[in-house]
Each structure stands twice: as C-alpha cells, then as structure tokens.
Design a binder for this molecule. Structure first.
Ligand code: THG
Length: 266
C-alpha cells in the first residue's frame, strides 16, 4: 500500500494554529512521526489560508524538508499554490493532489505535472460535478487516464481517487467507491488508486470502526493507495493484515516484521 500521511493539513483544528503562527516544531514533529510510522508520501495542505495559500504552503514544505526526506503530496486545487509548492520541493518526485476532469482545472494543472514530471491524483469529477454511481465515475477515470497518458504522463504516475463520500449522507456511497476501484484497477492495472479514507465515516459514531472496515473492503477491491493517519496503529495493522490475506505480502514477511517490532495492534 502506498501510504499518504494526512496530518499536515490546515483544515485540522490542531494544525491550523501551528501554520498560522509559523510553529516549525509542530509541523516538523508531524512530518517526523508520520515518516517513522511508515508514510510513503506526506500530504501538505494550506487551503484554509486562501490568498495566502502559496506562501503558507511554501513554508510548510520547507519546514517538512528540513526534517525528513519523504516525498510530498501537494494538496491544493490552486495552480498558483501547486506551482509554488513544486518550486520549493526538494524531497524527490512529488504527487500533485489533485487534478479533475473540469476543463479549467485540467487545463491549468496539466502543464505543471508535465513541467515538473510529478505523479498526480485525479479525482473522478468533471464540470457536471461528482457522479453518484460508479458508472459515471469510471467514465471520468477513463477520460482522465486517456488524456493524461496521451500528454505523456506514465500510467504508473496516475492515482485515481474514486471519491469517498460519507455513507451517512447516502447509503450508496460505499458501493460507488468500491465498484469504481474494482473497475479502474481491472481496466488499468498499472494505474494506482488513492482514497481519502476517513470521509466514509463522517457524521457517524465510532468512526474508526467504519474506516477500518471500509479499508479492508477497498483493499480487497484493489485499492493500493490511501490518504490516512499513519500514526493510527490500528488502521496500519489492518493494512498489514489485509496485504497478508490478499497475497501481496510474500510469506507474511511484512506482517511478521511489524509484529516483531510491536507495531501490530487490534
Ligand atoms: N482525496 C484527496 N485528497 C484529500 C482528501 C480526499 N485531501 C484532504 C482529505 N480528503 C484527506 N485528509 C484528511 C486529513 C485529516 C483528516 C481527514 C482527512 C482528519 N479528520 C478528522 C475528522 O474529520 O474528524 C479530524 C478533524 C480535526 O481534528 O479538525 O483527521 O478524499 N485526493
């Protein structure tokens, strides 16, 4: 599983004030703990700072890079903020989070992906919005993968986000995401999936139970990447157990290793 650590995000109540006050220790701490917990990428988001977003994002990235070498997922819909982030980047090949099939956004963000040769998370939405069902989402995934690869983006640099929406607001949202993952992964085995997991449980009690259960179903459907909290030992344990069960952890080597390190919790 490709783990994208979600904690350096200005929408989080505990994190926003640290960005507001340029508190390097808090951000560096989140970077270090997520990297040590097994994050492959660190998501960085300064979206709450509106017109100040490019400056704040640049500061976040410089702060992260002074602490860890983990590559970044630059989380913004704004081309100006994304480009500032890409210019500041020194931590290896980043992922742009995210592009969509909306005409304007696609046209503005594609040149950045090509210029900086980045990976890209592509959301299954277009100018008519977010399709309710998997059928509509898969059509958009196909359109995005077709256009991106035609422009020269390697398929293995594309991470399809199937859109995870709260099951509390629509009973079909779990299946819509799972069926999108299955269809995209069977049609494009070399593309990746990147899901924001915790949206699924928004508004419900015992959210972690829903997140964990959804994670297992999504991995069984072919999900190979997720944006989540890598410091959450239980969700990480579910990942290692699922990989062992799905035959993508040879002889349960990773599972056993994590167990010996005391990292398996249930
Ligand atoms: N897809 C893509 N990118 C994304 C998302 C997605 N980026 C943002 C988001 N969704 C994923 N990131 C987070 C970061 C933190 C939390 C959830 C998602 C989180 N939320 C708690 C909650 O909602 O209760 C805590 C809130 C708080 O403390 O303020 O921790 O889907 N491509």
């Amino acid at each position: 599983m490709i783990i994208i650590g979600e904690k350096i995000n200005s929408t989080l109540k505990a994190v926003r004030p640290a960005i507001e006050s340029y508190d390097e220790a808090v951000i560096a701490g989140l970077a270090k703990s997520q990297a040590e917990a097994g994050a492959d990428y660190l998501d960085v988001n300064a979206g709450m700072f509106n017109q100040d977003e490019p400056d704040r994002l640049e500061w976040l990235i410089n702060t992260v890079q002074s602490t860890v070498k983990t590559p970044l997922a630059i989380d913004s819909p704004s081309p100006a903020a994304i480009e500032r982030g890409l210019k500041a980047n020194k931590n290896g090949k980043p992922i742009v989070n995210s592009i969509t099939d909306e005409k304007k956004r696609f046209g503005e963000i594609l040149p950045l992906i090509l210029k900086y040769k980045t990976g890209v998370i592509a959301l299954c939405m277009d100018d008519s919005g977010m399709p309710e069902d998997a059928k509509g989402r898969v059509l958009i995934a196909r359109s995005l993968i077709g256009k991106l690869t035609k422009e020269g983006v390697p398929i293995s640099d594309i991470y399809i986000d199937p859109l995870v929406r709260p099951i509390g607001t629509g009973p079909h949202y779990g299946i819509a995401a799972l069926d999108t993952i299955k269809a995209v992964k069977s049609e494009y085995p070399d593309a990746h999936i990147a899901c924001g997991l915790s949206n699924i449980s928004f508004g419900l009690p015992a959210r972690k139970l829903i997140n964990q259960t959804f994670l297992v179903a999504a991995m069984a459907s072919g999900m190979d990447g997720a944006i989540l909290d890598p410091m959450d030992k239980k969700i990480m344990s579910f990942i290692y157990a699922s990989e062992a069960l799905l035959g993508i952890d040879d002889y349960c080597g990773e599972y056993l290793g994590r167990y010996r390190e005391g990292l398996i919790e249930f």
